[in-house]
Design a protein around this ligand. Structure first.
Ligand code: ZN
Length: 255
């Protein structure tokens, strides 16, 4: 999760377990506006026990259905599912395996919105990317006719727009939301946790780390200037905060 940063440094920020794993969350975001939207959907329920053991997956007490229920929502209420990108820890929850073993969209009434470049990369995985791109998570969306591809930065629904960051994947995008004169940003893997606030704390998963650093540097300056509320999808404790920078040190103040 920390690329070239030495363990002696990152282990102070996030202590690993005996198998060298650290605590991370997978925290999708519900957006209520003109329509009800879900951004990303965690890793879903389709993977093997071995897979769950490798990653130490814990889904209690915050299984996605329970978290939606806490927000007063059922899967049928979601009208738009928007993807930051298609790695399994973001898109795994897009599909479900039914009682007959068939794969189908998990949100029966939703349109799924994906960036076209990300779709192209995810449906043509390479030796470098195929551990993260699992076709069962998104091919059934195209087969079910619920997939909508978007080409450029644009408004998805009033007050909600996408912006390409690149870096993590060439077409990784963040989501900007405006309401009541305030702006929030769901930055996905641009800044997965608050430990990743410094420019050079970039994940080894990132395909183009130099692009990640440049995009992060630009975004952090903008977020501070506009006092944006920033969501950290993978942070184990802080869901969202406001960024500050003092004497070159960046922090996130809990919302
Ligand atoms: Zn991720």
């Amino acid at each position: 999760m920390f690329g070239v940063i030495p363990k002696t440094m990152w282990s102070k920020a996030t202590p690993p377990d005996e198998r060298n794993r650290i605590q991370l969350s997978m925290r999708p975001l519900v957006v209520r506006g003109a329509r009800t939207m879900l951004i990303d959907a965690g890793m879903g329920d389709k993977e093997s026990e071995k897979f769950h053991d490798i990653y130490g997956v814990e889904r209690r007490p915050h299984h996605l259905d329970h978290s939606l229920a806490e927000a007063g929502l059922a899967p049928e209420d979601i009208e738009i599912v928007l993807a930051s990108h298609l790695h399994f820890d973001h898109a795994g929850g897009f599909t479900i395996r039914d009682a007959n073993g068939r794969l189908r969209p998990r949100f029966p009434r939703a349109q799924y919105i994906v960036r076209r470049g990300e779709w192209e990369d995810a449906t043509h995985p390479t030796v470098r990317t195929r551990a993260s791109y699992l076709l069962d998570n998104y091919l059934p969306l195209a087969e079910a006719g619920v997939l909508q591809l978007v080409d450029d930065d644009q408004t998805i629904m009033p007050g909600v727009r996408v912006r390409r960051t690149g870096g993590h994947t060439p077409h990784h995008q963040m989501i900007l939301m405006e309401s009541g004169g305030k702006t929030a940003a769901f930055v996905a893997d641009l800044i997965p946790t608050t430990a990743h606030l410094p420019d050079v704390w970039v994940m080894g998963y990132d395909l183009f780390p130099i692009d990640s650093m440049a995009a992060k540097s630009r975004f952090v300056a903008e977020a501070i200037e506009k006092n944006m509320l920033v969501f950290f999808e993978h942070d184990p404790t802080l869901a969202a905060g406001y960024l500050r920078e003092e004497n070159g040190r960046r922090t996130a103040t809990p919302a």
